[in-house]
Ligand binder design. Structure first.
Ligand SMILES: [Zn+2]
Length: 382
């Protein structure tokens, strides 16, 4: 192995320090040194650079552990911006996000049964608007899209709803906007969003986020890192058949989990045009609606039982439209998950509703870009 050049070492140290400061609200230089195993001198040098670049600031003093109280450092939230896109709702939503995951500007475009080219034009339309906003510099674009995605190549392999097949989305957007672009599956993006911004954040945690919208997908984090599987399809639980000879699914098979447990499935069963109508009927205490929602929850629970039996991951977060049915739905999911898996495995599994709704995907797509490559923040001007 070649010895790292001086420049590479410098870059590596900078990434490490930046990553550590990013992961904390505020942190002292000594603590950064302890966490990164870099010397205090190195940390001081790197921090000086980051202060000059305006990426990091001193934000007061921490508690003293004998001697002088240490100066605390924090990321300057608005020193750089990222764009995050969520293409998995019934509209496309794009946002400019700062380094602390605060959404600064939002642009939406309604999506109908659009074909691939129209859907792509809508993505351009959103990005044209967001890149024209005053918030600068923007250092990258993260896209959460439904379907099977090859993140490494930046290709949407197949997204049935959007009629995208082997679409080189990263390449198209990079060329047009001259920014680094990262594309990943929306449920995987939502998982990262919930992991980084959705609550107490344990760096090496195992966690599964199940996104239940018109489709159903899961994002799997192992030791705090996204697990995508060999073909990028890890967590594609929505198209696992759970009902023999069931309803025809949009993927061409019958009885997929999506046909019984998704938002689309309950709309269809209730013969209603929007989920909002189903929610009002549910809230009004309609017994038929109640049964439909509980059944949907139970089917999802069975799938979760399989998931926890396979992975034994003890933290499951549910996001997406179906969470609007609240505790009753959650209880149906939990009960059937517990019935379906070994008691000792199910007992230790925490099931909860996420905090970020559609924002999880936007924040996750943009954060992934950053977690993947901190050197993005080098770009002074874009
Ligand atoms: Zn299917």
């Amino acid at each position: 192995m070649k010895k790292a050049t001086h420049q590479q070492t410098k870059q590596h140290n900078r990434d490490l320090v930046l990553r550590t400061i990013f992961a904390h609200d505020s942190i002292s230089r000594a603590e950064v040194a302890r966490v990164t195993h870099l010397t205090r001198t190195t940390v001081s040098e790197v921090v000086n650079g980051l202060l000059t670049e305006g990426l990091v600031e001193e934000v007061g003093r921490g508690e003293s552990i004998g001697g002088k109280s240490p100066i605390l450092l924090s990321i300057v939230a608005d020193s750089r911006y990222l764009i995050g896109l969520n293409l998995a709702q019934d509209k496309f939503i794009g946002a400019v996000v700062n380094l602390r995951g605060e959404i600064k500007e939002v642009v939406e475009e309604p999506v109908h049964d659009d074909n691939g080219e129209i859907a792509l034009q809508l993505v351009y339309k959103i990005l044209d608007q967001l890149t024209r906003k005053k918030l600068k510099p923007i250092v990258g674009i993260g896209v959460g899209t439904p379907g099977l995605v090859n993140t490494r190549e930046g290709v949407v392999v197949t997204a049935v709803n959007l009629e995208w097949q082997d679409l080189p989305l990263s390449q198209l957007l990079e060329k047009k906007y001259k920014l680094p672009v990262l594309v990943l599956n929306d449920s995987q993006a939502a998982a990262i969003g919930e992991f980084v911004y959705g609550g107490e954040h344990v760096p090496d945690e195992n966690m599964v986020v199940v996104n239940v919208i018109h489709g159903i997908g899961a994002g799997i984090l192992i030791n705090g890192r996204l697990f995508q599987g060999n073909g990028g399809g890890a967590g594609e639980i929505g198209h696992v058949v759970v009902q023999e000879d069931g309803e025809l699914c949009r993927c061409g098979k019958r009885g997929c989990l999506e046909t019984v447990a998704s938002a689309r499935a309950v709309e269809k069963q209730m013969k209603m045009n929007s989920l909002a109508d189903v929610v009002s009927s549910f809230d009004a205490g309609n017994t038929t609606t109640n049964t439909v929602i509980e059944n949907a929850g139970r089917y999802l629970g069975v799938s979760l039982a399989n998931l926890i039996a396979t992975l034994n991951i003890q933290k499951i977060v549910l996001t997406g439209d179906m969470t609007r049915f609240g505790e009753k739905w959650l209880n149906a999911v939990r009960e059937s998950m517990q019935m379906g898996a070994l008691t000792r495995i199910a007992e230790g599994t925490k099931l909860e509703i996420g905090k970020l709704d559609y924002r999880a995907c936007i924040l996750g797509a943009s954060a992934f870009l950053l977690l993947d490559d901190y050197s993005l923040l080098f770009n002074e001007e874009n």
